[in-house]
Write a protein that binds this ligand. Sequence first.
Ligand code: LMR
Length: 398
Amino acid sequence: LFAAVEMAPRDPILGLNEQFNADTNPAKVNLGVGVYYDENGKLPLLKCVAQAEAQMQADPKARGYLPIDGIAAYDKAVQELVFGAGSAVLAAKRVATVQALGGTGGLKIGADFLKRLNPAAKVLISDPSWENHRALFNNAGFTVETYPYYDAAARGINFEGMLAALNAAAAGTVVVLHACCHNPTGYDLTPAQWAQVVDTVKARGLVAFLDMAYQGFGEGIAEDGAVIQQFLASGLDFFVSTSFSKSFSLYGERVGALSVVCATAEETTKVLSQLKIVIRTNYSNPPTHGAQVVATVLSTPALRQLWEDELAGMRLRIRAMREALVKALQAAGVTQDLSFVTRQKGMFSYSGLSAAQMQRLRSEFGVYGVDSGRICVAALNEKNLPAVAQAMAAVLKS
Ligand code: LMR
């Protein structure tokens, strides 16, 4: 039965974890996967999460099946976070939100639904994009192409190229957009550029699918979610996938959501019924624990405040690590302009290093980043940073 099965390639991001775990170099540093580690190099258990869990344990509940679309209080909390508690679109019941298995799960539910809705549509992702975007939409049956995004020479965004590609796209094309903290480049559009993107999506009849996996890691919760308000103001129907993996440090709980903004309450009910079929035929219904934790934190004012403070702490520490990395690289004799590292937003820095340089970093120094040149700045700390900077400087200078 399996004689003809070929060996699949390692996942470009999670495959690095396997390689890292097998590496016996005691000085190894994992800057591959997008995970936040604290100043001691530890994966944090947020205080707000621990307190919510203590509250839940004090009143333990049996674990029945959840509704197909998840915990109602969780879906409501997601909607209020993403669209704003007093949002007119929520009052008009124009958003269908379902609990999903992380942000990836939200993307997949949306992709499967879109494929049923418009099987001939193409999907456009940014060049470059999160490695899994192409694979995920391909596996949902779509042809995936790219729109220009990263401008290597300018260390920024090729915005003219991006707009031209959106303008040339056929009506119905699904455009995957990173709401904030672009993965992998760290370069985000300005509000004025977003306004032009929204106008183009509207004028060309495109379908926007916003991937929001890093809300709170760029400028702040509201600032990072501001693009959602721009899409709402346009009156367009659109998709948003949400992840709490990073913002709650709940990676292994797979807590995310998909929200679909529709034209009317009646349409929303029908869309929700279709999303439920996608979920039921994939994994039946979602798990309880992580979503209950997030719902408890978001709906309890003191815990919510604690979460916002802890998230701000992570955001500020990443910023400090960006500055420290630039200084350490300069001190190690790198003369090129590195100011781009502090302009980038979120967990990642697109370092500009080639695949060969990234492989050298791994094999010679035990510093693991993605072959695209992406490094996770959120995994740096004062202890591992000097060695990382030395390794990067050695590779950059030779
Ligand atoms: C990443 O880009 O490293 C994260 O989103 C984790 C993942 O699943 O790839």
